[in-house]
Design a binder for this molecule. Structure first.
Ligand SMILES: Nc1ncnc2c1ncn2[C@@H]1O[C@H](COP(=O)(O)OP(=O)(O)OP(=O)(O)O)[C@@H](O)[C@H]1O
Ligand SMILES: [Mg+2]
Length: 270
């Protein structure tokens, strides 16, 4: 299963990707987590230190991958089909979470150009990656909607648009879901994060209902997660209600993917 996690800045995408990746890895899946944000920081949510993260060679600087991608007559087309094992053994970095990390790349100096080539490598990689049943590829996307214009994640099976109890983040999530409908993505859902009380939950449910969004997960506000974010550490999963809810979301995705031709609206599911 290939999953992309999108949404407005700061809504909790990286926390959710890191926790989903760790959950899938703990349940015995082969997991590749891709940091497709040009301000990368998924490494910390997978248990690496800042120092370890700084030593990762990003995809944008990986000459082997770039050569394979550009070695065809058609720009953006890989010559090979990749397997998850290929990526894990040749390009990804193992992390304490059990997931293997691939980092897209960033802007290195002022005026050094945009990150379009890096996005196009990720897009082609996702497209040409053959993912078996017990394998998960999960992308932590750039904040906002620009990546939809680039089509970076158009070849995933599941797109999760994350919002918190805030109208602006719900509006961006709604736009993301609408734009994603134009792709072949089979499951497109809204994930409500940092939900602090039943009133917020009910407002989000109403928003999802009136905008025809599939509410696929609800993650509570969790002080332990907020505190861990402050210290740069990972929260202890055993006491975290938010991490438990993300585990439930992972199980729900697995069930849905087993028998769903295309699911994106008309239902509210928590
Ligand atoms: N359910 C939650 N309860 C409490 N705090 C949370 C929760 N989810 C995320 N956070 C905190 O919110 C902050 C932002 O989370 P995160 O970095 O994952 O957001 P993001 O969407 O990836 O941001 P960006 O757009 O900058 O990449 C972090 O400090 C994180 O620990
Ligand atoms: Mg992030």
């Amino acid at each position: 299963m290939k999953i992309a996690v999108c949404g407005k800045g700061g809504v909790g995408k990286t926390f959710i990707v890191g926790t989903l990746a760790a959950h899938f890895a703990a349940s015995g899946r082969q997991v590749i987590a891709i940091d497709a944000d040009s301000s990368p920081n998924l490494a910390l949510n997978l248990g690496l230190s800042l120092e370890e993260a700084s030593r990762i060679l990003p995809v944008a600087d990986n000459e082997d991958l770039i050569r394979i991608k550009t070695g065809t007559e058609h720009p953006g087309v890989f010559r090979l089909l990749f397997t998850v094992d290929d990526i894990i053994s040749r390009y990804a970095v193992p992390t304490p979470s059990g997931a293997n990390l691939l980092v897209m790349g960033t802007v290195k100096s002022m005026g050094s150009g945009c990150v379009c080539p890096a996005h196009s490598v990720i897009k082609a990689l996702i497209r040409h990656l053959v993912v078996e049943r017990n394998e998960i590829v999960i992308l932590d996307m750039e904040a906002g909607i620009e990546h939809l214009g680039r089509g970076t994640a158009e070849h995933v099976d599941v797109l999760l648009a994350v919002a918190d109890a805030n109208l602006k983040s719900l509006e961006i999530a709604s736009t993301i879901c609408r734009l994603a409908q134009e792709s072949e993505i089979r499951t497109i859902g809204l994930v409500a994060n940092r939900v602090a009380n039943s009133r917020q939950e009910s407002l989000i449910r109403t928003y999802a209902g009136t905008h025809g969004l599939l509410l696929i997960g609800r993650i509570p506000f969790d002080e332990r997660v907020a505190d861990a974010g402050m210290s740069g550490e990972l929260p202890d999963p055993s006491g975290s209600l938010a991490m438990k809810a993300i585990g439930d979301l992972a199980d729900c995705l697995e069930t849905m993917m087993q028998d769903t031709p295309r699911l994106s609206s008309g239902g509210v599911r928590i």
